[in-house]
Write a protein that binds this ligand. Structure first.
Ligand code: 6PG
Length: 251
């Protein structure tokens, strides 16, 4: 079976099992960086898939790594206030950073409040923080999700942001189907320097894009995440084999 992008493939029966495996591996990564004396930098994904993973980090794994000494970032953010239901910051703070009591000066929220003219300046300000805080310009650990259309972070199919070679963060406008179109996203120049990237995908809706990548496709934005370090895909059976399941007996 071809692996997507020469990555490690971890397939679990369902989202709960996927989340437990990813939480354990994430804890190992962060504990390892700390043990080596590093200041761990972590970029969180938005969306719904990582929520359970975050809950597990804050509960089962709360003592497994020095989470309060890590610096926390986001792979993308919707341009809404931090208390908005669609805010990626809000979800992560509620289920992870708040319960772990991560000090506020270790949390680098992408401040993009939704005013029409602040997205560009928000992206520039966020990039300045990244260039200041990332050791060697690299994240130690990045969590990313995958949309059914193949997007990741807020890197959408056909968008000019896919061709960015210099900036590490951009203001983008997603398609008309999105509840919040104006967003800030990390770009490939910084994503692909990461030491470890976890890509999470669950549910049959993600199977077509996963299958395209398993078949060697490289056009989906998620397929173009090719970090210098480790790339691990965490999939549930439905994302890997389709909603009908169909995990081969030999798998
Ligand atoms: C966002 C995310 C986005 C997400 C995918 C998958 O801000 O929406 O960064 O890239 O990871 O859309 O979302 P689900 O996990 O909800 O399927």
């Amino acid at each position: 079976m071809a692996k997507p992008l020469e990555a490690e493939l971890v397939v679990a029966p369902d989202l709960e099992a996927l989340s437990r495996l990813a939480a354990r591996r994430a804890t190992e990564v962060v504990a390892g960086v700390a043990a080596a004396g590093g200041r761990c930098t972590i970029a969180l994904s938005g969306g719904t898939t990582p929520r359970r993973l975050y809950e597990l980090l804050a509960s089962d794994h709360r003592l497994g790594a020095p989470w309060q000494q890590a610096e926390w970032f986001w792979g993308d953010e919707r341009c809404v206030p931090p208390d908005h239901p669609d805010s990626n910051y809000r979800m992560a703070f509620e289920v992870l950073l708040g319960p772990l009591r991560v000090p506020s000066d270790m949390v680098h929220r992408i401040a993009c409040g939704g005013a029409p003219d602040d997205a560009e300046s928000s992206a520039a300000a966020y990039e300045a923080v990244l260039r200041d805080r990332l050791t060697g310009g690299r994240f130690d650990l990045v969590f990313l999700g995958v949309g059914a259309d193949g997007h990741t972070a807020s890197l959408f199919p056909g968008a000019p942001s896919l061709e960015e070679r210099e900036h590490w963060a951009l203001a983008v406008t997603g398609g008309p189907g999105l509840a919040v179109r104006r967003r800030i996203t990390l770009t490939y120049p910084v994503l692909n320097r990461s030491r470890t990237v976890f890509m999470l995908a669950a549910g049959g809706g993600k199977h077509p894009v996963i299958q395209r990548m398993l078949d060697g496709g490289r056009t989906d934005p998620a397929a173009r995440v090719r970090p210098e370090g480790d790339l691990v895909w965490f999939l549930d059976d439905a994302a890997r084999y389709g909603a009908a399941g169909g995990r081969p007996a030999t798998a």
